[in-house]
Design a protein around this ligand. Structure first.
Ligand code: IVH
Length: 689
């Protein structure tokens, strides 16, 4: 870096510290995510990361491209740039049969006329990615797209912890590495729980979740999704190594996580053993794989064997068969979730499938029932792939009786009798009676006390059931009216089917003290989390944060119009409607009033160290690419009293435009006569006042 002539001693010190911290933190990331061998506590790591982040805010000119602060994301991309792959991203020929693997082997041998060695790898079930490194620094990450052209998702790729931002060792000046981005099972389940909590449709499988997470506009959100990369292909000019296996080993020496499952053999029998072994072992893996990939190891032989238009001829994917059975649909239960979404569940004639008896399987939603045109009594195909959960994958229409009735989704809530409603923006049908429908009330109570909301750890699902069933808590404000006397001795009978002996549980002194202590502590939880906790439909953690920052307190938010709400980043018309609807209900206003009386935080304590008022009252849209990250421009605006808004309207005062500002934005700004200024003019505006 050319900063060796910094004359100001404070700047020089900052520059050196930034370099030192970047190297040190990247090494710790490597120890943690690649070697699985952390040498620093999470707390100490965060302390150093904070120090670096603060220095970078103060001295953005010294930030290094491989800075570990990018792991937490923060940049917003409205639309991903479409870029052409330097080398097309091919897919693999698939097979489900061992016989076809033998044929593949015969073809390979007849093309090369010599001994052949193969590399067997796991076939990761995620989204393909191509990552480009120049001079040891990650410069671009591109999705597969149509194989010729993909989306530039660099900022999101940078947040994936086991992908190095800077390499070590003796790497070539430029190369591409390809692999699969997957979401581990535990993160997938957590994410879906969170989605259900705020009334969004969950992802159908980890692959969709990985794909959706890689294409989020806000990289800070991607950073939270816990994605992992598994890399399996290195390509470029002048790359050392004569075999695929050697190249994978090189990746390891440059700081990539190695794949310890990769297996080399020249023997077909061993390939079959590897396949069968993993067909069993995959059930215990923390992520999904859907097969085994077999590749010719020698790069020279790969060249001899060549390619078809779509696939390399030197590789083949063996896909694991999902076990499949047929069972008749006996009836359908409709389950009302905590956010009111109604999920149809098929009751099936019990059938044995891959080691368990299946009696029930989800029918997901109305769209699913329609797509398969399901009729009562239908014989349904059920599969269990790598996943533990059985899936309905089709209907055997040949077995349908002529008078079979088509399944019609219920019209009334099975829990409270309210008329069901089709939700906008997702394929779900839900019960709108959110304030009086029992599972929804319990759902709201559980969401309120949850870890990311008010974090009242001394209460849990069981205790909430008990409070609800005893009529002590019917809404979230009731928690703050609980007292020692009301709680002590409260009891509930649980009948345990296996023991056949009902069990009575009751609250004793210690439990009651803990509950009340937890409730008391929750009064200091900051506004943004209270806003998330009160459970406005479609307002997740991040949206709550943005709303709290923008409006500052609950009254401003409650009085905001739909138009004002959509000014907030990430708030579209549907979310805005949901917020307006929430504050239009008198029951909700009463709950807020009671929570205020209980002294919960309804004012934002967030302050971006205010340095001036030059932009006070101004609504500013920031668009395009700047010399410093866009978030720093936004932070500058806020620190000087301005408000960042996401879309242009007649209320916008300025547009700060960088390079590649969206053309529609430009047209709209000109039409409304809103001044478009650059980065320097913004700085001047701040300096003048
Ligand atoms: S090799 C030219 N290896 O499966 C060779 N692909 O249909 C390119 N995949 O698009 C691919 N695990 O997204 C390769 N160990 C592995 C893989 C793998 C998963 C994906 C990849 C590819 C698709 C093939």
């Amino acid at each position: 870096m050319e900063h060796t002539n910094i004359s100001n001693p404070a700047e020089r010190q900052a520059f050196e510290r930034i370099q030192e911290l970047t190297i040190e933190l990247n090494q710790h990331n490597y120890n943690y995510y690649v070697l699985d061998n952390p040498k620093l506590s999470d707390y100490d790591f965060d302390q150093l990361l904070n120090e670096l982040a603060n220095l970078e805010i103060k001295y953005p000119q010294f930030r290094l491209p491989e800075s570990p602060t990018q792991r937490v994301g923060g940049s917003i991309v409205k639309e991903f740039k479409s870029v052409k792959h330097r080398y097309p991203m091919l897919s693999l020929a698939n097979t489900y049969s061992e016989e076809e693997i033998s044929e593949f082997d015969r073809r390979v041998r007849s093309a090369v006329h010599e001994n052949v060695e193969y590399v067997c790898e796991l076939k990761y079930d995620g989204v393909a990615i191509s990552i480009i490194y120049q001079n040891g620094v990650l410069v671009q990450g591109i999705t597969r797209g149509d194989g010729v052209q993909g989306d530039d998702v660099t900022e999101n790729v940078r947040t994936i912890r086991n992908i190095p931002l800077r390499l070590q060792g003796d790497y070539p000046a430029e190369f591409e590495v390809r692999g699969e981005i997957v979401m581990p099972h535990h993160r997938f389940e957590e994410l879906n729980r969170e989605k259900e909590e705020i009334g969004e449709m969950p992802f159908a499988n980890p692959r969709n979740a990985a794909s959706g997470s890689l294409k989020l506009q806000d990289s800070a959100e991607t950073a939270k999704r816990g994605l992992e990369a598994h890399l399996y292909y290195l390509l470029g000019e002048n790359i050392p190594g004569n075999t695929h296996y050697e190249r994978l080993s090189l990746l390891k020496t440059w700081g990539f996580k190695d794949s310890d499952t990769t297996f080399k053999t020249d023997n077909l029998e061993e390939i079959f053993l590897f396949i069968n072994d993993w067909d069993e072992k995959r059930k215990k893996l923390p992520f999904d794989i859907d097969g085994i990939v077999i590749k010719v190891n020698s790069l020279e032989q790969q060249r001899q064997i060549g390619y078809t238009a779509k696939n390399p001829r030197w590789a083949i994917a063996y896909k694991f068969k999902a076990e499949r059975v047929v069972s008749p649909l006996l009836s359908i239960d409709y389950q009302v979730g905590r956010t009111g979404i109604v999920t149809p569940v098929a009751n099936l004639q019990p059938v044995h499938l891959a080691g368990t008896t299946v009696k029930r399987a989800t029918l997901n939603n109305e769209g699913f029932i329609d797509a398969f045109d399901i009729h009562y009594g239908d014989h349904l195909f059920i599969e269990k792939g790598g996943e533990i959960i059985p899936k309905i994958v089709g209907v055997n229409t040949a077995q349908r009786k002529p008078d079979a009735q088509k399944v019609e989704f219920i019209k009334k809530c099975p829990e409270c009798g309210a008329d069901l409603v089709r939700s906008e923006g997702s394929s779900g049908i839900y019960c709108p009676n959110e304030l009086h429908c029992p599972p929804q009330i319990k759902g709201k109570l559980e969401h309120f006390i949850s870890r990311k909301a008010m974090q009242i750890d001394s209460l849990g699902e069981g205790k909430i059931d008990m409070l609800f069933e005893n009529g002590l808590v019917k809404n979230i404000a009731d928690f703050y009216d609980l007292s020692y006397n009301k709680l002590l001795g409260l009891s509930r009978t649980i009948s345990n089917n296996e023991e056949k002996k009902p069990k009575v549980i009751s609250f004793r002194e210690k439990t009651v003290e803990n509950i009340l202590k937890g409730i008391e502590i929750s009064k200091s939880i900051p506004f943004e989390r209270v806003l998330y906790a009160i459970g406005i439909r479609l307002v997740g953690e991040t949206t709550a944060k943005k709303l709290a920052r923008y409006f500052g307190n609950i009254d401003n938010l409650a009085n905001a119009t739909k138009e004002e709400l959509t000014n907030v980043e990430d708030v579209g018309a549907i979310v805005a409607d949901s917020i307006v609807h929430y504050f239009n209900q008198s029951e909700n206003l009463e709950i807020i009033m009671r929570l205020k009386q209980a002294n919960l935080q309804f004012e934002s304590s967030f302050s971006e160290e205010r340095v001036g008022d030059a932009l006070a009252g101004l609504h500013i849209v920031v668009s395009g690419v700047f010399s410093i990250p866009r978030d720093e421009i936004k932070s500058l605006i806020e620190r000087n009293g301005g408000k960042n808004v996401s879309s242009i309207s007649k209320n916008t005062d300025y547009i700060v435009a960088g390079e590649k500002m969206g053309p529609e934005k430009k047209v709209k700004a000109e039409k409304l006569g809103i001044p478009i200024i650059g980065e320097e003019e913004l700085q001047k505006l701040i300096a003048i006042k």
